[in-house]
Design a protein around this ligand. Structure first.
Ligand SMILES: [Zn+2]
Length: 119
């Protein structure tokens, strides 16, 4: 014989919906600050001393041109990030990497590929 399902519907249960409840306690209104790197962004002044060591002159007032978007700005205005491996300098407009400094065995390696010019 066949046994058909659906014999006897379960009684109505859990119908506690309804009721004007505006009691949403503590709606966290964070969210704006996604773990962005901006939080850790410094500016060119932060690496002024290091630049002085590498270039032998104060580079924070030097003017660099972004090879990616053409933005022209003083080194002091660039975004600077300092992860463990080195220092990364980015364009504030397009975020392209302008300069990279990596310290290996007391020698600072410099990569200026992202700059169209620096003077
Ligand atoms: Zn740029």
């Amino acid at each position: 014989m066949r046994s058909l399902d659906g014999s006897g519907a379960g009684g109505p249960s859990g119908a506690a919906v309804g009721g004007a409840g505006v009691g949403e306690a503590g709606v966290a209104e964070a969210g704006a600050a996604e773990a962005g790197v901006d939080e850790f962004a410094l500016d060119g002044n932060a690496i002024g001393g290091m630049l002085m060591e590498v270039f032998g002159t104060d580079m924070t007032t030097a003017v660099g041109t972004c090879a990616s978007c053409g933005a022209v700005a003083q080194v002091a205005e660039f975004s600077v990030y300092m992860p463990e491996l080195g220092i990364v300098v980015r364009c504030r407009r397009c975020n392209a990497v302008l300069m990279v400094f990596v310290r290996i065995h007391e020698v600072t390696c410099v990569d200026l590929e992202g700059l169209a010019s620096l003077s």
